[in-house]
Design a protein around this ligand. Structure first.
Ligand code: F6P
Length: 357
């Protein structure tokens, strides 16, 4: 019927294997043949790294974290789209990928990725490769779908971290920061913060001044609350500065927005607060996908094959209510979904006295 390539690109997240398994399982039943590329688009470039995938190869992997095909958010296809980064792939790289896919008779490519990887895939599509995208990111910031897979599991991990630090915060009268992922948007921080009873939620969409945070902490102390739990999205903007710059995740990893916040608080209020930080980090992306992510991933895998069956091209599968639909990929990569004043969790948190700014 045709040979379909499949790859996972960008950072890993829970549910990648469930997408692969569902697509290969369903597609094989319909008569497609599958080729899995290793390490995202790197596997499509020379030297090519791929393997034929049969239904037997993908049995029993859906509950496993990571990507059994491996992935990367670096490499010659870029993949990481930071603010101001257009993620333009050099012409010769696109041509090499197109040529390599044609040389092994790939009729269509399923790309499982976030906005950066999908915008890279779109450039390949514009050069004649048939592409179907599957929305993946723990950040849940793609506007063209109700939910990306990987988000729900990440959220659960973040809530668990918050639940756990509460006891130390209270017992020691400390200010405990919990840093979660979210470079450009604060969905994990906001939803986990509200669910996990955070006293302050710091998201990239709502820049804040350190003076206001210190005032908030002092007011709490004056009311007899010596402890506070604060959830920080790694892209939080403090005193007009964003720690995260496009393409330099290492800056965040090595310096950390939370460290900066703690230093600033200490400068302004020396010895007033006993602060500690927990960076949840890649625990949010790794490990077993929860039921919601597994089922969403499976539905996306099946949806990608249905899209191929309908003869679609340059589309991304998308969750719309209870349905999987497809949206033009160009639309899908052009709009990020950000936390706003009208976001339910935001207004709820605000009314409950949480410092959300
Ligand atoms: O885009 C997904 C994401 O998990 C972001 O939330 C985070 O900033 C980034 O990836 C981390 O990337 P890396 O694994 O390269 O540190």
């Amino acid at each position: 019927k045709g040979r379909i390539g499949i790859l996972t690109a960008g950072g890993d997240c829970a549910g990648l294997n469930a997408v692969i398994a569902a697509a290969v399982n369903y597609g094989s039943r319909l008569g497609y043949e599958f080729v899995g590329f290793r390490r995202g688009f790197e596997g499509v470039l020379s030297p090519m790294a791929f393997q034929i995938l049969t239904h037997a190869d993908v049995r029993g992997i859906s509950h496993l974290g990571g990507s059994f095909l491996h992935t990367t958010n670096r490499g010659r296809f870029g993949g990481k789209k930071g603010a101001g980064d257009s993620n333009q792939i050099p012409e010769e790289i696109l041509e090499e990928a197109r040529h390599n896919l044609a040389s092994i008779n790939v009729d269509g490519l399923i790309v499982i990725g976030g906005d950066g990887s999908l915008s890279a895939a779109l450039q390949l599509a514009e050069r004649g490769v048939r592409v179907i995208g599957v929305p993946k990111t723990i950040d849940n910031d793609l506007a063209a779908t109700d939910q990306t897979f990987g988000f729900s599991t990440a959220l659960g991990v973040a809530v668990d971290a918050l639940d756990r630090v509460h006891t130390t915060a209270t017992s020691h009268d400390r200010v405990l920061f919990v840093e979660v992922m979210g470079r450009h948007t604060g969905w994990i921080a906001l939803k986990a913060g509200l669910a996990g009873g955070a006293d302050a939620i710091l998201v990239p969409e709502f820049p804040f001044d350190i003076d206001d945070l210190v005032r908030f902490l002092r007011d709490r102390k004056a009311e007899g609350k010596g402890s506070a739990v604060i959830v920080v999205a790694e892209g939080a903007v403090v005193d007009g500065k964003r720690s995260y710059e496009a393409g330099s995740a290492s800056e965040v990893r090595f310096a950390g927005v939370t460290n900066r916040i703690m230093h600033l608080v200490e400068q302004l209020a020396p010895d007033e607060f006993e602060m500690r930080a927990t960076v949840v980090g890649h625990i949010q992306r790794g490990g077993t996908p929860n039921a919601r992510d597994r089922n969403l991933a499976r539905a996306y895998g099946v949806g990608a094959i249905d899209a191929l069956e309908r003869g679609e091209d340059q589309v991304m599968v998308s969750l719309h209510g209870q349905e999987i639909i497809t949206v033009p990929m160009a639309e899908a990569v052009s709009r990020l979904k950000a936390v706003g004043q009208d976001t339910l969790e935001y207004s709820t948190a605000r009314k409950l006295g949480v410092f959300v700014h």
